[in-house]
Design a protein around this ligand. Structure first.
Ligand SMILES: NC(=O)c1ccc[n+]([C@@H]2O[C@H](COP(=O)([O-])OP(=O)(O)OC[C@H]3O[C@@H](n4cnc5c(N)ncnc54)[C@H](O)[C@@H]3O)[C@@H](O)[C@H]2O)c1
Length: 259
């Protein structure tokens, strides 16, 4: 490799072990591929869509990287415990967790269904909490430095009509990030969240075109974000470059979108 293209050591993830939840498609897929390209061995988690997760693993391996597909539902405590065991055995440990798995169920609150609220809480909040606890426990036991990156949303910061339930779960993730980061701030564990505006992914298939057009109209750069742009920020937050930032929520919204 041309030395001028080499990453600075502080951005190189060689030797690090990363788990990306919901890594089989969308933003998670781009994060898994980017972290692997920067040297990390990556566990690509999926709940459904094993074939898609295996495709991501194959893409990483074809590029000379190391990856493994690990299926578990992030909202199921027993499955998370078994999944983390599988990941740490396959990779030899865990240094980086990216809590990316998430769902969006949109409805004006007056029309919202109770069961949708339960489902959103289980995946977006409980899932992030369970995985964060498992990763933090493992990092503390190993007395290791580590990074946790939570994918929240600009909707959790700003709110958006029709997304009251989703906003509540994503705001919860921001609070969780701030608090857990403080609980372990005297270690080498750094925990941050990322708040994207609309990113072009399959998740948008569940959102009406009218809603997407409205959100894009509120993004100063005037377009949706790319999965690779989110992945680049996750890479920085996963690296040694990110040593002093913890408990923060990083905006990636094309100029502070306000819906
Ligand atoms: N796409 C956007 O515009 C956007 C904007 C802001 C935030 N986000 C957030 O980014 C993250 C990724 O979104 P995306 O757009 O790539 O969505 P996506 O639907 O394309 O991908 C989400 C992934 O999470 C997985 N998943 C869902 N429930 C799971 C569970 N219980 N256990 C394990 N995996 C599960 C899905 O199978 C899927 O692979 C989500 O947390 C989402 O809320 C997305």
């Amino acid at each position: 490799m041309d030395a001028s293209n080499a990453l600075p050591a502080s951005l190189d993830l060689t030797g690090r072990r990363a788990l990306v939840t919901g890594g089989s498609r969308g933003i998670g897929r781009a994060i898994a591929i980017t972290l692997a390209a920067r040297g990390a061995a990556v566990a690509v988690n999926y709940a459904r869509g094993e074939a898609a997760a295996r495709e991501v693993v194959a893409a990483i391996e074809d590029a000379g990287g190391k990856a493994v597909a690990v299926g578990f539902d992030v909202s199921d405590a027993d499955a998370v415990a078994a999944g983390f065991k599988q990941v740490t055995e396959a990779l030899g440990g865990l240094d980086i967790l990216v809590n990316n798995a998430g769902i969006s169920i949109d409805a004006l609150l007056m029309r919202a269904k109770e069961e949708d609220w339960e489902t959103l809480q289980r995946v977006n909040l409980r899932g992030t909490l369970l995985c964060s606890k498992a990763a933090t426990r493992s990092l503390l036991r190993a007395k290791a430095s580590g990074r946790i990156i939570n994918i929240t949303s600009v909707v959790g910061e700003q709110g958006n009509a029709g997304q009251t339930m989703y906003a509540a779960t994503k705001a919860g993730v921001i609070g969780m990030t701030k608090s857990l980061a403080k609980e372990v701030a005297d270690t080498e564990i750094r925990i941050n969240s990322i708040a994207p505006a609309v990113i072009q992914t399959p998740m948008l298939e569940q959102v009406s075109q009218e809603t997407i057009d409205y959100m894009v109209s509120k993004i100063p750069v005037g377009r949706t974000g790319k999965t690779e742009e989110v992945a680049a920020l996750v890479h920085y937050l996963s690296s040694d470059e990110c040593g002093f930032a913890t408990g923060a929520c990083f905006d990636i919204s094309g100029g502070r979108a306000t819906y």
